[in-house]
Design a binder for this molecule. Structure first.
Ligand SMILES: Cc1cc2nc3c(=O)[nH]c(=O)nc-3n(C[C@H](O)[C@H](O)[C@H](O)COP(=O)(O)OP(=O)(O)OC[C@H]3O[C@@H](n4cnc5c(N)ncnc54)[C@H](O)[C@@H]3O)c2cc1C
Length: 433
């Protein structure tokens, strides 16, 4: 009977190493180089970051997100989940471990759909951690519904010419290339009429119009670009996968990306719970520590319960992905994790902020940043509402309407059925039932 919650001792040793390494050596980078994770390394940062990457490689923990058939280490999603929840505590950790979003998802689709030339040009340097990439799908007028996208790619001899606008292309300003989703055949359904292109960022006509910042960042100095593709010419070989395959490719990419976010969110929510517990044991008020107040005990218990449910569900989903090796088959549970993730982080970080009093709301504590992060999670890779629709549809697939006028659990009918089933025995016992 294979049903086990234990990590094999050899991998547990690696996890223990990773936990200490992240705490001692990587978390300091968050304070030394904030918002610099996706900026190519200058000499100072390279002096510090490259040796850390080497330590990770020596442990065999570098870029563990790709399976062996795709040129990775093949640890699988469950092992990756256990690692990612450690990495989730630090913004720099996934960079140092070579598994940062959105590059992981981008690497995954190039590994799946790329030609040998595309893999050599884009995948290898991405896996080596030497370049960044950007995924350019959302448009200013449409995000949640990709069937409304208008960016157009038209074949012209041996080239494609791309025209249109894209929005929230994260890290475009530091990326070496963009993966652009564009309409290639407007006469068929959008599900068959869009394609993906690999576009070097320095291609003439790629114009970054604004670098949108998140809350708290200076205006126009953020990492989420508004891009105008203005007669951008790429060779026919820039097509990723087949013509018309964009939706299938997007599903491959987003399935992995969403569950990896969920894995890292476990670590971040655990960090908020750790902060909450430390604070309530440290702060005295109204005759004793905060930890003795029942309201506060409620915060701790609710947070622990939410986190454990979420963690077990994410680990289970990761196990399912490994078992079936098919994101589509696990779509319901990936979408469920995506739906739950922002609420879990929001609720735990909010309670942690509350018990820190005024200090919790300041820029001297990371708590409000976590709450903002939870809001972002409810949108990036698709809004919560859309994922709820997916979950509901998938759940309903396993059900059928009631066969008659009454629900199948209608008690009067159940009693009659039970009597019919055991009539021969009931008559023997009581005779007149
Ligand atoms: C930090 C961050 C990074 C991002 N990075 C990228 C990136 O790298 N590349 C990229 O292409 N995109 C990226 N995005 C964009 C993201 O994918 C979109 O924001 C998302 O798909 C929603 O699109 P939208 O913002 O246009 O919202 P809209 O489509 O306008 O939706 C707005 C709201 O309408 C409601 N809604 C929408 N559809 C439905 C529905 N079917 N049923 C019920 N309610 C609905 C929801 O409340 C939703 O939040 C990023 C977003 C964020 C916040």
């Amino acid at each position: 009977m294979a049903w086990d919650f234990e990590t094999d001792p050899e991998y547990q040793e690696k996890l223990d190493w990773a936990a200490e390494f992240v705490r001692e050596k990587v978390e300091p980078l968050d304070y030394l180089f904030p918002h610099q994770q996706f900026v190519p390394l200058d000499e100072t940062r390279r002096r510090i970051v490259d040796p850390l990457k080497e330590e990770v490689r020596a442990q065999g923990l570098w870029a563990t997100h790709l399976g062996p058939e795709l040129g990775g280490q093949g640890y699988g999603q469950l092992k990756l989940a256990l690692l990612n929840e450690i990495l989730g505590r630090s913004l720099w950790a996934s960079i140092v471990f070579g598994c940062q979003a959105p590059d992981t998802g981008n690497a995954e689709i190039i590994a799946h759909y790329g030609t040998p030339e595309q893999k050599e040009r884009y995948l290898q340097p991405l896996l080596d951690g030497e370049i960044f990439s950007s995924y350019s799908m959302t448009e200013p007028h449409a995000g949640a519904d990709p069937t409304l996208f208008r960016t157009r790619a038209v074949r012209d001899g041996d080239e494609w010419v791309i025209n249109g606008w894209k929005y929230f292309s994260s890290n475009a300003k530091t990326a070496s290339f963009l993966i652009v989703m564009a309409v290639t055949n407007p006469d068929v359904s959008p599900y068959q009429g869009m394609s993906m292109f690999l576009v070097p960022t320095d291609t003439p006509g790629v114009e970054i119009v604004r670098n949108v910042g998140l809350f708290g960042e200076p205006l126009n100095e953020g990492f989420h670009s508004l891009i105008h593709y203005d007669d951008v010419r790429v060779p026919a070989s820039a097509l990723l996968g087949g013509e018309g395959q964009a939706f299938a490719i997007a599903q491959t990419r987003l399935g992995g990306g969403r569950i990896h976010h969920a894995m890292r969110t476990i670590g971040l929510a655990q960090k908020a719970l750790d902060m909450m517990c430390e604070r309530v044991l440290s702060r005295e008020t109204a005759g004793g520590p905060l930890a003795d107040k029942q309201f506060v005990q409620g915060y701790i218990a609710d947070s622990y319960a939410q986190l454990m449910q979420f963690r077990l569900f994410v680990l289970y989903t990761a196990w399912e992905i490994d078992k079936y090796n098919d994101y589509k088959r696990v779509r319901k549970d990936i979408a469920t994790a995506k739906v739950v993730m922002p609420t879990v982080l929001h609720d735990i970080a909010w309670r942690a902020m509350q018990v820190h009093g005024a200090l919790g709301t300041t820029n001297e504590m990371p708590l409000f940043g976590m709450i903002h992060g939870a809001a972002v999670m409810g949108l990036a890779d698709g809004p919560t509402e859309v994922h709820k629709v997916t979950v509901a549809r998938q759940v309903l697939r396993d059900y059928r309407p009631a066969p008659g006028m009454w629900p199948s659990e209608w008690i009067p009918e159940k009693i009659e059925a039970a009597k019919r089933k055991y009539a021969h025995l009931l008559e023997l016992e009581v005779g007149n039932l």
